[in-house]
Structure formats: C-alpha cells, structure tokens
Design a protein around this ligand. Structure first.
Ligand code: UD1
Ligand code: CA
Length: 453
C-alpha cells in the first residue's frame, strides 16, 4: 500500500471565471489547469491521486490525463466538506490536500512537504508564503504566536489586524489522514461564508493539541490560485517565463520570450532559434539547430535537427532532418516527412508519408498518400483524396514528376520516375518511366478575335 496520497478539491463552480465549463479545464500553455496539477503530483512521486469533483465532473474526468480516483461532492458546502466527501477513498497514512486551481506548484515542493510531514510526524504541515500585498486576494492568513503556529483564518473572517499579516496559505497541506478526518467531523460552518472550511480542521487539530507545522517558500507564485480570467492570464505569463528561461539556460535562442509560448514538457535541442509569435505545445520534441517562426504553431510533433519552419502550423507529425516548411504551410496530423523534404508556401499535407528529398514548393495539397523519395509536386498539384463520401489513398513512387495543376484522383498509383504532364487529371495508374497526359489538345483559331469584331 502507498504511504502517501493526494486529494485535489475540484468540485467548486469557479463562478468568478464566468465560464460554461469547469474552471479547472481552462488551459495554460495548451494544458488544462487540472492536468498541470496532476503533473506536479506525479513528479512528486505520488501514485495514489484522488479528485473531488462536482456538477460537470464528467467533463473533468474526460480531460484528466492520469489514472486517478474520484469522489463526488454534490453540494459545494466548502473545502472541509469536499475533503470529507473523499473519506471512503483515502486510506494512506498521509494525505496531501490541495485545491484544483493552483497550477504553478512544483513537484519538488510537494515531495519535500510530504517527506517533511512524515519525518516530523506532523498532524498537519502547511505550505505558506509571504504575499507582498495579500489584501483582497482571498488568501487565508497564517497567524503565529512568537514563531509557532497559532491559527489559520480566512480573509473574510479575519480581524483588521489579522488581515495585515502577510503570511498566507494557498491551501496546500499535508495531513495525517486519521487526524484530519477526526477533526473534519467536528467542524461547523459558523463563519462569514457559511462553509465548512478545511482550514478550520487545522484549527480544530491545534485546539486538541495536534502537531501543526509550516513550511515557508520564497516563490509565492507556486501557490497562486486561478479564480478569474485575469489570474489565468497571469499564470500563463509566469509559467511561460519559467519555461522560456529554462530553455534559454539550456542553449536555445528565443528572440522574444514575451511572445513565445512553449508547453511544459516540450524538448528543444541546443542552438535552435525561435522567432516571435510562436506556440509549441504538447508532446513535442525539437532537435538542434532548428529555426522556428515567426508566427508558427506546433503541436505533438517531432522536428529533427536543422529543420527550418516559417509561419506554419504542424500538428501530430514527424519531420526528418533539414526539412524546410513554409512560409504558410499546414502539416496536418499523421504526416511523416523524410530528410530534406521541402514544403513551400501554401502547401497542405495530411495523413501522408513523404520520402526524402521530395519537394512541393507551392500551392499543393497532398492527402492520404504514400509518396516516395525525390518526387516533385508542381505548383497547384492536388491529390484528390475525397470523392464526396469516402477517402482513398494514392501512392506516388520515387522520382515521379507531378506537373503543375495536375489532379491525381485517388486511389491511383504513379510509378517510379513517371512524368505527369501539367494540367492533367489522372484517374488511372501510371507505369514507371511513362508520360501521362490527360487534357484536351490545344486548338488555335487564327484571327478569331479580329473576326469577332
Ligand atoms: C481558497 C481557501 C483559502 C486559500 C485560497 C488560496 C478555503 C475556504 N479557502 O479560497 O483559504 O487561501 O484558496 O488560493 O479553504 N472546492 C470544492 N468544494 C467546495 C468549495 C471549494 O471542491 O465546496 C474547491 C474548488 O473547486 C477550488 C478549491 O476548492 O479548486 C478552492 O476553492 P475556491 O473557491 O477557489 O477558494 P478561494 O476563495 O480561492
Ligand atoms: Ca481559489
């Protein structure tokens, strides 16, 4: 059995964010708030993760990237009540309780907290920080007598003097599970908001002689909670800066960190340069000496060394070395581009594999195709993959030349080094080394213009 578990409270309505979807599903750098939190719990080595969900909980479940347990809180009667709702599913000696809206928390902070709670045999170990200006932010104040913990009060219930206290809690606490439930069953909701507060559980423990300690961190952003859209934007900015600083420290040039948005687990090799207005998200891996941007979006893709990607969108695809994409190209899901492929302006590739040294330099569409090496797609050439009902696949073998404005009506196979004349509409397979020409012969009518007058 695991010794530590985590409980994330995410049943609240998130009223202040004014949204039709649960607050925890709002995204920060391509990932929902709840998944950011789960990432950190997993980084902290916690395997037993539990979530309290409420109305709209099915939407949360559908979004969660990890295998976690769920408890249900029907009515949002407060954070203490939400924790009680998870009583049946929590059975480890220690439980880390946190809110579902603090996405900037780091895994190593959480693992430190768990280990310390265990070492000092705390009933509750509270993560705190000094907030420069806590007034009006809804932070619970941590009140001390001398150096030792005295109580924790919600801002709404704090006296004017208590509100002046700058030490706050962001709701991240490690509890001895048995002590926590014992105290939770005895708290009331006689407070400003008529809610059962998890913080009152700490005060109850203290009153009963429990061992309460705190850990103060310098980086206040780690406990920053997202309640409003403005705070959501702030979180994006903070995480973006953290991630960009990490890549720059590792030898990546980011021309304008203000307008470069990189997801948390993106990998980038040294001497890669990223130009402004670029978004790189998801499970993306970028090699060395790559040039990306401006105005580029990459999701869940692998970009190998020395590629050049300009003003383009790449989704769920795999690019070999020295591939050049753009400007204004779209590489759609499930595409694989071999080394030195050149995809030029206004070219779209979808669900296709493209061999090495193949070029499609201007205005082409290649969908549902197997393309060999050193194929040339002329300007405006199109693989016609959709007949109005079904998609079909085509294959274009090594060295084939597809003339400008040719249509290859799928399914069709173009043999090695075959030559498709410009403007042809190809409906039948073409043998290797053959010329296929499928268009009307040109007719010139002398003096036609003059005679018309
Ligand atoms: C909360 C804390 C406050 C802390 C601050 C830090 C309480 C009462 N308030 O205030 O001490 O300083 O965060 O940002 O503990 N939730 C439920 N069920 C409920 C109520 C809330 O699951 O009945 C969940 C929410 O989904 C949310 C979290 O608990 O993820 C915190 O609730 P929220 O309304 O954001 O509390 P704050 O007012 O920010
Ligand atoms: Ca909050």
């Amino acid at each position: 059995m695991e010794r530590f578990s985590a409980l994330v409270l995410a049943a609240g309505n998130g009223k202040r964010i004014k949204s039709n979807k649960p607050k925890v599903l709002h995204k920060i750098l391509g990932k929902s708030i709840i998944n950011h939190i789960l990432d950190s719990l997993v980084e902290a080595g916690i395997n037993d993760i539990n979530l309290v969900i409420g109305a709209n909980g099915d939407l949360v479940k559908a979004d969660v990237d990890y295998d976690v347990n769920y408890a249900y809180q029907e009515k949002q009667l407060g954070t203490g009540h939400a924790t009680l709702c998870a009583k049946e599913i929590l059975n480890t000696e220690y439980t880390l309780v946190m809110y579902g809206d603090t996405p900037l928390i780091k895994g190593d902070t959480l693992s430190y907290l768990l280990k310390k709670a265990d070492r000092i045999k705390a009933d509750a170990l509270i993560l705190t920080t000094i907030a420069d200006n806590p007034s009006g932010q809804g932070f619970a104040r941590v009140i001390r007598k001398g150096f030792s913990f005295e109580k924790i009060v919600q801002e709404e219930d704090a006296t004017a003097l208590e509100r002046k206290c700058k030490e706050v809690s962001g709701g991240i606490t490690v509890f001895k599970t048995s002590s926590m439930f014992k105290a939770l069953e005895q708290i009331d909701n006689k407070n400003e908001n008529k809610e059962y507060y998890i913080t009152d559980c700490i005060n109850k423990m203290k009153a009963d002689g429990g061992h309460i300690e705190t850990v103060k961190i310098d980086d206040s952003w780690q406990i920053f909670g997202v309640n409003t859209r403005e705070q959501l934007a702030k979180c994006v900015a903070i995480l973006k800066n953290r991630i960009n600083a990490y890549h720059m420290a590792n030898g990546v040039t980011i021309i304008d960190p203000n307008t470069t948005y990189i997801g948390k687990y993106v990998k980038i090799g040294i001497d890669t340069t990223i130009y402004p207005n670029t978004y790189i998200f998801g499970d993306t891996e970028i090699g060395e000496n790559v040039v990306i941007g401006t105005n580029t979006e990459i999701h869940d893709s692998k970009i190998s060394d020395a590629c050049i990607i300009k003003q383009s969108t790449i989704v769920d695809s795999d690019l070999g070395k020295e591939v050049s994409v753009g400007p204004y190209a779209h590489i759609r899901p499930n595409s694989k581009l071999g080394d030195r492929v050149k995809i030029g302006d206004f070219v779209e590739i979808k669900n296709s594999s493209i061999g090495t040294d193949t070029t499609a330099s201007h205005h082409a569409y290649i969908g549902d195709s197997e393309v060999g090496n050193s194929v040339n797609f002329g300007c405006g050439s199109v693989v016609v993959n959709f007949d109005g009902k079904n998609k079909h696949r085509s294959s274009i073998k090594d060295g084939a030349f597809i003339g400008c404005n040719a249509n290859l009506i799928s399914p069709v196979s173009i043999g090695e080094k075959a030559f498709i004349a410009a403007g042809s509409t190809i409906t039948d397979d073409v043998e290797a080394d053959s010329l296929a020409i499928a268009r009307n012969k040109q007719e010139n009518i002398e003096n036609w213009v003059k005679n018309k007058k």
